[in-house]
Design a binder for this molecule. Structure first.
Ligand code: EPU
Length: 448
């Protein structure tokens, strides 16, 4: 370990440039929009690249804040991350000299905890901060830690940090999760690839991003298979090699643009976005009466016939894949504000992920929050411009959707949250005919 580096227990958060979106709504969106690579796939691929000293090359990486944070986090460990062209990154972890993932990284992004499994498996030790992430409720990491312990790691927790060591190699074993966890599954997979022997993970998350991670590490030489829909088996290897990989399209961005067409009464082609990964979201969309046609590598959405206000109400519950993604709950709620009648929403994955509906209600939506996990939405609402605040990135993107559908001007505070996960979002909306600006906080003049 390099000893010149200060051992930073505490962190003063970097000042955030406060920005607002100013949106003049009421215009149908039309045209073609390119869908970027998946945030939640790319971040794990970068973590997986630390399993080898050889160079890994990723294309279709979204240019977003979370990728920038992951890049910086890796560079602080001594990993070389090159960015030779837009959306292309090369990660070479030959000289990892600092097995310490600080609070600074963890406070910005929960996915920093994805470095636990690979660093522990390859180097036999890591000190890693308890992660933060979005304001969507308590988000513990006990399943990750328990999985590592099951693989033979010794882990203690002091001063907000996990101190993990693996005397000798990790040992293949059966990992039984009490319920499905996406990153818990991914961390366990990455750790098990370099463990001694055979590992079975059950119930394993079935999200497309998990399968993208598996596809990549198979190219690295890992012996890993999904043997049943909810079971992943791994035969540990002594070493892995570098590989190239193209990140899958972002299914959450895809769903966001589908709703954008719907609530503005527009017509969009989503390019580079197959329907395959949308799971139950497509059924929800169909039951509202919105027409979506799936091409080989694109999706067409035409809401010019249905028109906002004429959708059918639909009850929805979020669930692990292939259920309705919790990350698509916010855009789905915006769609339901335009349904003729009452829809019930059950957010089953996270607590506090319905809080943002208070902001949507300020824009005129007919929303009743029943408890932390349940709400009703009664439409069709005539949404109107308002001053609202973003709490997390998915809610933020969804407030943009509501603003695009609303009459008048909306000012959305907290624009920086959205840039964590959406590449060039205002440019994409502008190209479709939206009136959206990103301004420094304080320079916004709101007419609503
Ligand atoms: N949970 C625990 N203990 C753990 C891990 C999870 O109690 O150790 C709980 C969580 O609190 C939650 C449930 O298990 O109630 C499921 O959480 P999961 O572990 O599946 O979520 P995650 O892996 O932390 C990923 C995505 C989230 C997405 C969820 C669910 C990444 C980087 N994040 O989080 O994405 O909502 O899966 O699909 O992949 C986003 O992109 O905006 C985002 C929040």
């Amino acid at each position: 370990m390099a000893d010149a580096k200060p051992f930073q227990w505490e962190v003063t958060p970097e000042p955030i440039t406060k920005e607002v979106f100013r949106i003049e709504g009421g215009r149908p969106l039309n045209g073609t929009v390119p869908i970027s690579g998946s945030k939640n796939a790319a971040l794990k691929l970068f973590a997986a690249a630390t399993l080898t000293g050889e160079r890994c090359r990723f294309t279709n990486v979204p240019e977003i804040e979370d990728v920038r944070v992951m890049t910086e986090t890796l560079q602080d460990l001594g990993v070389v991350v090159d960015h030779p062209a837009p959306n292309v990154y090369e990660v070479a972890s030959g000289d990892v000299e600092w097995l310490f993932v600080p609070l600074e990284a963890a406070a910005k992004m929960r996915a920093s905890f994805m470095l636990l499994g690979p660093l522990l498996a390859r180097f036999g030790r890591v000190i890693i901060s308890n992660p933060g992430g979005d304001r969507i409720g308590r988000r513990p990491v006990d399943l990750h830690v328990d999985a590592m312990r099951t693989l033979g790691a010794e882990i203690s927790y002091r001063n907000g940090y996990y101190f993990a060591t693996a005397p000798g190699r990790l040992r293949g074993t059966e990992i039984r999760f009490p319920f499905v966890s996406v990153m818990g599954t991914e961390n366990a997979i990455l750790a098990a690839t370099l463990a001694d022997g055979h590992t079975v993970i059950r119930p394993a998350a079935q999200e497309p991003e998990v399968d993208d991670l598996i596809a990549f590490i198979q190219k690295m030489g890992a012996e890993v298979q999904r043997t049943y829909p909810d079971t992943i088996e791994i035969n540990g290897k002594r070493r892995l090699r570098g590989a190239d990989h193209r990140v899958i399209p972002d299914r959450i961005e895809t769903g966001t643009f589908i709703v954008a067409a719907a609530v503005t009464g527009g017509k969009l082609r989503l390019e580079g976005a197959p329907c395959d990964h949308l799971g139950r979201f497509l059924d929800v969309v169909a039951s509202t009466g919105l027409s979506v046609s799936c091409g080989k590598d694109s999706i067409d959405v035409d809401a010019t016939d249905v028109g906002p206000g004429a959708f059918r109400p639909t009850d929805v519950t979020t669930a692990p894949y292939p259920g309705l993604a919790t990350d698509l709950q916010p855009p789905t709620c915006v769609l339901l504000t335009q349904a003729n009648g009452t829809s019930r929403v059950h957010e089953a994955i996270f607590e506090d992920r319905l809080e943002w509906l208070g902001e949507l209600r300020r824009m005129g939506a007919g929303i009743t929050l029943l408890d932390d996990h349940h709400a009703t939405i009664t439409g069709p609402a005539r949404l109107r411009g308002a001053e609202v605040e973003i709490g997390d990135l998915r809610a933020g993107a969804s407030l943009i959707l509501a603003a695009l559908a609303a009459e008048g001007v909306t000012t959305i505070h907290g624009a920086h949250h959205v840039h964590r996960g959406y590449e060039n979002i205002e440019r994409k909306f502008l190209d479709l005919g939206a009136r959206i600006e990103r301004l420094a906080e304080g320079n916004d003049s709101t007419n609503s």
